[in-house]
Write a protein that binds this ligand. Structure first.
Ligand code: NAD
Length: 447
């Protein structure tokens, strides 16, 4: 039997491996690019940057310096397939900015990966690490590949070959990859192993590794936990209680499941969830742990009982207190923004709101907690993993969670205070803080 990522029946010998395989299967690749007629991902990122740059009255030379990526890399990644044929893929690594530290960003395996999207995501990483004030710059990588058509052995060869091409540009003090859509702890273990063949023992060269191989406790839950923590903080600031909040979450993968579980435990009512197979609505609250078990067992929410079936489009416009897009980019557009009835939107996904939709939400006074803050929990715990690797010291889960909450809450409070002081939306406030920090580092360091 061939070992395909789609083939859930593959007989794994090591129980730990199957955990990573299950995550790989659940991380079904999907379109991250949104409707075809909208701005490119990079144009959208640039527009948000420009808005904040105008508030800061940033000179055009500084704007150019901050938006121009330091290095754009596109490489050929050929591998031998299991049947002996040669397959050639295209891989990218965009190193956007290193003024505040080594560049940090995920590696995405998805058939729609392209240079524009990777560059947009790399710039988001620069602002994200700056908003929560961790000492990193921003980067992102990807390989244009449909992992459903790849065996596990082929994915391993692909990953190792990608590292062969780029290892001199990676490194604990240069550029540190992490998991993103289509990649997981197993992929990171391959990256570390291949990198070490060239450079010797260096667990800090990549984060999101398996806990058994220098990974951090709490990394897998970190993004969802962070989204949950910041949802509670936003509710508190707007004088709403979690107990009376109804919540809809689009996407039930890594981020969506941990967010839902966290908010349910905190007393919230998660009334709607969805994945690529569609959504479910139950006004009395869905049973989240049962839904998570169902997806682990069956691979998707399709046929999960306990709620009325709805579409992903319907979920986005439900009458709820909190809407959390945790799947695709570009799902909230000028076409549906007028129909959105949520009181607040917490951007767990990267780039779920187009600039046109964002403008509509501002007009309609729907509060949006921007992605560069809302989903920064993952990179924050990646930072903790890197710190532990550098010190050969291991933190327990309690410490990881405590430091995560401290870092995110500090970032949130600064963004909120900036928004009030400058009378700007939270997104602009987050960019103001981030651009200020990166800009000062550029100037202080010198050109
Ligand atoms: P994942 O692959 O684990 O899960 C994605 C989920 O979205 C799955 O449930 C999938 O079925 C669902 N989905 C796919 N197509 C869909 C569609 N057309 N409509 C509705 N749902 C669909 O991915 P993830 O790691 O949870 O990432 C989700 C988002 O969060 C992405 O935008 C990612 O960039 C962002 N993000 C993730 C992390 C992280 O640490 N995982 C960190 C920061 C940001």
């Amino acid at each position: 039997m061939s070992r395909t990522a789609e083939n859930a029946n593959f007989n794994w010998n090591e129980p730990a491996e199957s955990v990573y395989l299950v995550h790989l299967i659940l991380s079904t690749p999907f379109s991250t690019l949104g409707p075809k007629n909208m701005k490119s991902a990079f144009e959208a990122a640039e527009q948000y940057f420009e808005e904040a740059a105008s508030v800061l009255d940033l000179s055009s030379s500084m704007r150019t310096l901050l938006m121009t990526p330091e290095r754009e890399i596109k490489v050929q990644v050929p591998i031998k397939r299991d049947n002996g044929e040669i397959a050639t893929f295209v891989g990218y690594r965009m190193q956007h900015n290193s003024a505040r530290g080594p560049m940090k960003g995920g590696l995405r395996y998805h058939h729609e990966v392209n240079a524009d999207e990777v560059l947009a995501l790399a710039s988001l990483m620069t602002w994200k690490t700056a908003v929560v004030d961790i000492p990193y710059g921003g980067a992102k990588g990807g390989i244009s590949v449909n992992i459903k058509e790849m065996s596990i052995d082929e994915l391993e060869r692909l990953t190792r070959r990608f590292v062969d091409e780029l290892h001199d540009l990676f490194g604990p003090d240069k550029d540190i990859p992490a998991p993103d859509m289509g990649t997981n702890a197993q992929t990171m273990a391959w990256i570390m192993n291949q990198y070490e063949k060239f450079h010797g023992f260096s667990p800090a060269c990549v984060t999101g590794k398996p806990v058994e191989l220098y990974g951090a406790e709490g990394r897998e839950e970190a993004t969802g936990r962070g989204v949950g923590t910041l949802t509670l903080a936003t509710l508190r600031k707007t004088k709403r209680s979690i107990e009376s909040a109804s919540i809809a979450i689009q996407g039930f993968g890594n981020v969506g499941t941990y967010t839902a579980a966290y908010l349910e435990k905190a007393g919230g009512k998660v009334v709607a969830i969805s994945d690529v197979s569609g959504g479910l609505l139950n006004r009395d609250g869905l049973n989240i742990s049962a839904a998570i078990d169902w997806v682990k067992d069956k691979g998707s929410l399709a046929e999960f009982p306990g709620g009325e079936r709805i579409s992903n489009e319907e979920l986005l416009v439900l009458d709820v207190d909190v809407l959390i897009p945790a799947a695709l980019g570009g799902v909230l557009t000028e076409d549906n923004a007028k129909e959105v009835r949520a009181k607040m939107i917490i951007e767990a996904a990267n780039g779920p709101t187009t600039p046109e939709a964002d403008a509509i939400f501002r007009k309609r006074e729907i509060l949006v907690l921007p992605d560069i803050l809302a989903n920064a929990g993952g990179v924050t715990v990646s930072y903790f993993e890197w710190v532990q690797n550098q010190q050969y010291f291991r933190w327990d889960l309690g410490r990881v969670r405590e430091e995560l909450e401290k870092t995110l809450t500090r970032g949130f409070d600064r963004v909120w205070a900036t928004a009030e002081e400058k009378k700007v939306p939270l997104r602009t406030a987050a960019y103001l803080l981030a651009i200020g920090r990166v800009g000062r580092a550029e100037i202080l360091g010198g050109i």
